[in-house]
Design a protein around this ligand. Sequence first.
Ligand SMILES: Cc1ncc(C[n+]2csc(CCOP(=O)(O)OP(=O)(O)O)c2C)c(N)n1
Length: 664
Amino acid sequence: MQNTEQLAVDSIRVLAADAVQKANSGHPGFPLGAAPIIYKLFAEYLRHNPQNPGWRNRDRFVLSAGHGSAMLYAVLHLFGYPGLTIEELKNFRQFNSRTPGHPEYGHTKGVEATTGPLGAGLGMAVGMAMAEAHLAARFNRDGFPLVDHFTYALCGDGCLMEGISSEALSLAGTLGLGKLIILYDSNSITIEGSTALAFTEDAGKRMEAFGFQVLNVADGNDLAAVGKAIAEARAEKNRPSFIKITTKIGYGVPAREGKASAHGEPLGAENIAALRNSLGWPLAEAFEIPAGVRAHYAELSKKGEAAEKEWEGLFARYRKEYPEPAAVFERDTGGFAVPETVFGDDYWTSLNKADATRNISGRILNELKDKIPSLMGGSADLAPSNKTALSGIPDFSKADYAGRNIHFGVRELAMTAIGNGLLLHGGVRPYVATFLVFVDYMKPMLRLSALMGLPLIAVLSHDSIGVGEDGPTHQPIEQLAMLRSMPNFTVFRPADEIETRAAWQAALRSGDRPVAIVLSRQNLPPLEHSSRSALKGAYVLEKETGAKPDLILLATGSETSLAVEARKELAKEGIDARVVSMPSSDVFDLQPQSYRDEVLPPDVRKRIAVEAGCATPWGKYVGLDGACVAIDRFGASAPAGKLFEAFGFTVGNVADTARRLMKQ
Ligand SMILES: Cc1ncc(C[n+]2csc(CCOP(=O)(O)OP(=O)(O)O)c2C)c(N)n1
């Protein structure tokens, strides 16, 4: 058994090294050092069923050190995860393989999160552990631990250098997430060399300060010690655990062991042979695994099947005993969709009064909170400004995991990663929030939401120079352009209550795209003709009076009413303008060409976009014969009214721009 175990560990090493070698690209060093950790975890502790990787109460595992992907693929292959054949390992990093350079969620069965940007996995793991705690608090009953699993993340030095590790793990400590276990592969090497160059902190002490139980394993090759530490981590109920495991990067390759050169380049044929030799590996052929090792993994794999069966039995009894929560649990963990009944005609009301869209959004959220029990979220300490608090609903806290108001603290990056983790876990429908300008602090994790196809909702208020006195640090300029440039991402910037309702509906119906709802701080007037057509991204808000408009005014959010006023002004001079409200250019771009041509007739080439952001997104809509009333400089600290005037967001300036175009 001892020998089989060692061979099982070494099979991970050999497969990962062979895959990197064949691809002539990738990172062999991490897998060689960390193989015993992942082996021990998957073989003895992780409750997972390779035959059904999506089983709801499985333990979650996130490889935060995503560059170690070859190791994860080797393990998933050895455990028999569907689709991960030896051919896929041979096609590591090749076009259309199941084994891309970094693990990609939704692409490879058994990969729980897309990782590669270091530290992101830690944030997502915290989100998963929060979802577990929340669902357990809501659904578990005496004798029915329906939701009861651990979340593990494996990270390296790089993940812990990244600031997100502090953001996310500090919150995890505060929340006392006892079922979160961080495994730290401490090999003291990163790409540029020794961690002594730039990372001399005592990470364990940092985690202790965050409120973690900290455990140490002096030798990562000591399987018994690794196992003992994992067992101790699992036994600690009130604190998350951090296990520092000392390993050697490039273990088994004498020329590379303990060196940065082990990190990110193939080992080369000579070193591959040396690896086999020093491990005492019995087979010379690449990708060959001894039959006994395969049998060993097949045996281990069965444990997971049994665990799932047992849970299915538990759930069947639960369903009989508690049919109502069982039905909710099944629905909410079955996908991201919210009940369609939520969006009936009674949803589409409007108070028809001037109000800030952030206030309107807050009202909508609170109307929905009871209809969508899986809705939970919060802000990076700006809930009173973002209007994202669910009133009368308890906070999500160590004392009450059933609460649905999350206090992320001032941690936008971790907040967004946690939002992704909540969605990856399933069972909850999260939103996160901050000021639009601080979306810069969220961006890398929103990019992962988009890449993973997760419908995370980002509520982004204070969306322009309308912020006023806080000045240019708080006034977004290029942020809308940045968000709109992202693939598989939807931005909604509604102009009034009806359009804000459209934004929320679009966000909550989205199953595979993140949605940013961009909201004003200042009051906006209700629009006479706003409609559910906003769901198409853009629509004709004010129609021309003649057969064909002289000009089209395109606007979003707070500038829409300005366009409407400018149209009236132009009408006095006989200029017949159409106003197109375009709360979401992303959604509009997905409409059929016929609809797009209807809204923006190709032969009407005099077009003006009006938006209190940079002009970048508007070129493709206004074309060479059009113009933008936009702001391509930083704002200033002054009352909002003064700023709109100073930067040309006035009826006079929009009308002047139109007059100029008409003369051309
Ligand atoms: C955010 C981010 N920055 C930079 C990189 C590039 N990168 C990949 S691995 C790595 C070093 C990681 O060191 P460590 O976590 O100790 O892994 P090991 O050296 O043990 O493989 C870097 C800088 C990245 N993947 N993500």
